[in-house]
Design a binder for this molecule. Structure first.
Ligand code: MCN
Ligand code: CUN
Length: 804
């Protein structure tokens, strides 16, 4: 793996950490590596009860009756709750983040396999699960629709007949770009290539499943909720709006989170049920889902059936792109995404290319599957968009008999075109695309790889080289395009420097493994010259942190990272005034220096005279007479409303070998050049990229949630839903270019989802390049040995429908 060394000039703290940006071990690892993390399932409250959910065995069935008598009589059971109980509290349905509703417990029908039907609160989870078996539900099975392409057929059963007057399974139509202009460009095109492709349904499968402990204190009326969630403040507001509990009487605590990947953005029925359970019993109630519940009932990602067409000149200048998408949202439109558009950032489907016209149309449909979020390192539909355009460019290269790297270099946006307004109206902030691709080609030794491939092909060996280039728009914020249920996307941030010069930074974003406790301390360290170990990062507790909408869409660094920088800069400015008063000089005579002793305001031309931030902190809290209008203490707060998204990008190259006899794919090399602007902590960024590359390899080759014709989910355990391990992943070769964002105070762009977005097309392009001698144009993910082998025989599989 290639690495980036810290700049030698970065001063270091006594503990050896860089005072500012640079490689430093993660502060949180001291507890994680010792097994001392504190997760929701570790929460034990006095008198706490446990619970379990009864789920539907059918994908579609009418509920005739539910008999809970035997379950309620089981010793140790405290409450059995059904949809009818909830209906009495007006809580049988809850709003989703896409302005749809979702059943908390089914009342009329079940609409996907494993939907929530009843809830038991008992002394222990074991008793609760025993009680589930005593609940008798009389179901009338109904035909299920699991094939999105059949969901709009006139004879398809209507899934959402809870909505008066609904006669079909259509959710929305949405389009972007200029249809007329695109048609004109296609009419004039010398070459047009069209391909249908599926980005299959996948699941984020975090190590820790979802869960919650809810306690409604009957005396104070305060609801405390411990939950595995990526957006505690948004959850608090939604609980207040939905349950009618005053917001100041709700405290959401997200302790350590064992991976989110988008799975922990939304509110699941189990969370609401734990709250209801606590209200009903007057005791704290815990609900933790098991692995199968997590895989089968919480938010999925993708499930996009896409037909792309790309137009170009004979010599390879891309002129137009159009795409028609059928989006499978499952039984409830639970899409968790902050854009005001139903298809989120699919806008970015023109990718990184300079073209004349583009148009896309997305139609959403209901099916009898679990509600699809857009979770799983999705950047809210950028993932599907990048996959589409990168497959289309490869197909065009094939059609034109051009090298796919050269075709990309010919069409990538050029540095002088930035800021660039895309054909769908988004302003890409900065980019130097050809530089990144050329660096990836150089690390890969691209020309030699092509020679090796030609030699191997001559011997009948199958080797593939796949490229992808991606641009993401991350940092959900700009008001024009975004909100969540009417809430704006600005992030609050507070910084307190204590009298002795250590500090606490309070953030609204919520780490799930991204290392925020380290990188945000490093931002403050850089701006204030404090050792990063002296800056404690506090997050995940709505009573103790300012409002903000949480961590997803790689928005933390673009939004809260900017807030942290600005709040520290405000303190530095105030510190200058205090230092000037203490030194009896004018503030203009002071200059800022970061020394081994930390950040210091010192007299220009007389560096002996100065005050460190720690000294200034004591003075600010002490007896020093502060100038007129300057308050004591060294605290500040800020609310940062980002003017635009940030647009990180990258160039990936994947080398695969395919076994001609079995279709087995081996990823031999993976080269990833990422540009997320300056890197706060290069080690953490590389860790994010490593994780994302493994994700991408898994999705491209192994991961799949498929359904049989009756709507049974075939992917409900790790025996069926295969996650990549070290065995499937090569030792990654990373590179870096740095193109700062012009509007972020530190030039930073997000990176948390980059590799998950960018890698699947590189792997797929590589495998399809390997088996090109068989005349295969396209095969859908996952490229399992069976699927690859079938493609080599000329019949690639329809991967989303399981044959049982
Ligand atoms: N960083 C940096 N320099 C940059 C950009 C980022 O050092 N120029 C650091 C950040 O400070 C942060 C980390 O990299 O410590 C990721 O930052 P960012 O890109 O801002 O992403 P978020 O913190 O908002 O994390 C969200 C993102 C998403 S949306 C998913 S999904 C995902 C991902 O992060 N889920 C993850 N990475 C994950 N990593 C882990 N371990 N677990 C998850 O659940
Ligand atoms: Cu959409 S997966 Mo991440 O944005 O939490």
């Amino acid at each position: 793996m290639t690495t980036t060394a810290d700049a030698p000039s970065v001063p270091r703290s006594a503990a050896g950490n860089p005072i500012g940006f640079g490689r430093m071990p993660r502060k949180e690892d001291a507890r994680f590596l010792r097994g001392q993390g504190h997760y929701v399932d570790d929460v034990r409250m006095p008198g706490m009860l446990e619970s379990a959910i009864l789920r539907s065995p059918y994908a579609h069935a009418r509920i005739r009756s539910i008999d809970t008598t035997a379950a309620a009589a089981l010793p140790g059971v405290h409450a059995v709750i059904t949809g009818q109980t909830l209906a009495g509290l007006n809580l049988a349905w809850m709003p989703t983040l896409s302005a749809d509703v979702q059943a908390v417990l089914a009342t009329d029908k079940v609409r996907f396999q494993h939907q929530e039907v009843a809830y038991v609160v008992a002394d222990t989870e074991y008793i609760a699960r025993d009680a589930l078996e005593l609940i008798e539900v009389d179901y009338e099975p109904l035909p299920a629709v699991v094939d999105a392409k059949r969901a709009l057929d006139p004879d398809a059963p209507v899934i959402r007949d809870d909505v008066d007057g609904r006669t079909d399974n259509h959710i929305f139509d949405w389009e972007a770009g200029d249809a007329a202009e695109t048609a004109r460009v296609f009419d004039a095109a010398e070459v047009v290539v069209t391909q249908e492709m599926l980005y299959p349904r996948v699941h984020p499968a975090p190590m820790e499943t979802c869960g919650t402990v809810a306690h409604m204190d009957p005396v104070t009326g305060k609801l405390t909720v411990y939950s595995t969630n990526q957006a505690p403040h948004a959850h608090r507001t939604i609980y207040a709006l939905v349950a009618g509990i005053p917001e100041h009487k709700i405290r959401i605590i997200s302790p350590d989170i064992g991976g989110g990947f988008g799975n922990k953005v939304g509110i699941y029925p189990g969370y609401v049920l734990a709250v209801v359970g606590s209200i009903v019993t007057g005791r704290p109630v815990k609900w933790m889902e098991d692995r199968s519940e997590n895989l089968m009932a919480t938010s999925f990602a993708r499930d996009y059936h896409m037909t792309g067409s790309i137009a170009s000149t004979r010599d390879g200048k891309i002129t137009g792109l159009k795409v028609d998408v059928l989006a499978d949202h499952g039984a409830f439109n639970g899409t968790a995404q902050p854009t005001k558009f139903p298809a989120g950032f699919f806008h970015i489907f023109t990718g990184s290319y300079d073209l004349q016209a583009a148009h896309c149309k997305v139609s959403g449909v209901y099916t009898n599957k679990a509600p699809g979020g857009v979770a799983y390192a999705c950047s809210f539909r950028i993932t599907e968009a990048v996959y589409l355009v990168e497959r289309m460019v490869d197909l065009l290269a094939r059609e034109l008999d051009m090298d796919p790297a050269q075709l990309r270099l010919k069409n990538l946006l050029r540095p002088e075109q930035f800021p660039y307004t895309s054909k769908t109206g988004w302003e890409y902030d900065s980019g130097e695309y050809p530089r990144a691709l050329k660096l990836a080609m150089q690390i890969a030794g691209y020309d030699e790889l092509r020679k090796e491939q030609a030699e191997k092909r001559a011997r009948g060996e199958l080797m593939g080289i796949g490229i992808s280039f991606f641009t993401e728009g991350v940092g959900a914020g700009p008001k024009k395009h975004m909100d969540i249920l009417g809430l704006g996307m600005a992030d609050g941030c507070e910084l307190r420097v204590h009298p002795t010069g250590t500090a606490q930074l309070r953030l609204s974003v919520q780490s799930q493994g991204q290392g925020h406790e380290t990188t945000y301390a490093q931002i403050v360290a850089q701006e204030l010259g404090l050792p990063p170990e002296d800056v404690e990062v506090i997050h995940g507790d709505t009573d103790n942190t300012p409002f903000g909408l949480g961590t997803y869409g790689s928005r933390s660094t673009p939004v809260s990272g900017a807030a942290a920088a600005i709040v520290a800069q405000r303190i530095r400015t105030k510190a200058r005034i205090v230092a000037a008063a203490a030194l009896e000089v004018s503030a203009d005579d002071l200059e800022w220096q970061i020394t081994a002793a930390g950040g210091r305001w010192q007299v220009k031309g007389d560096p002996e005279q100065g005050k460190t931030i720690a000294e200034i902190a004591m003075l600010s809290h002490g007896t020093l007479e502060l100038p007129e209008g300057v308050e004591g203490h060294l605290d500040a707060s800020v609310v940062y409303d980002p003017p635009n998204l940030t647009y990180p990008f990258g160039a990936y190259i994947c080398v695969t070998d395919v076994d001609p006899g079995t279709g087995q794919v081996k990823v031999r090399r993976f080269i990833a050049v990422d540009d997320c602007g300056p890197r706060i902590n290069p080690m953490i960024v590389e860790g994010q990229v490593h994780g994302g590359l493994a994700d991408g390899i898994g999705m491209a080759l192994m991961q799949l949630i498929a359904f049989d014709a009756d709507g049974n989910c075939v992917g409900g355990s790790f025996m069926d839903y295969l996650l990549p391990t070290a065995l499937e992943c090569p030792s990654y070769e990373l590179g870096e270019t740095v193109t700062p964002s012009p509007h972020h105070p530190l030039g930073l762009k997000g990176v948390g989802e980059s590799a998950t977005v960018g890698s699947p097309p590189a792997v797929v392009n590589s495998v399809l390049d390997a088996i090109a001698p068989f005349g295969v144009r396209h095969a859908d993910m996952p490229l399992t040995p069976a699927n690859v082998w079938m493609a080599m025989q000329g019949t690639p599989m329809r991967t989303d429908l399981a044959v049982t």
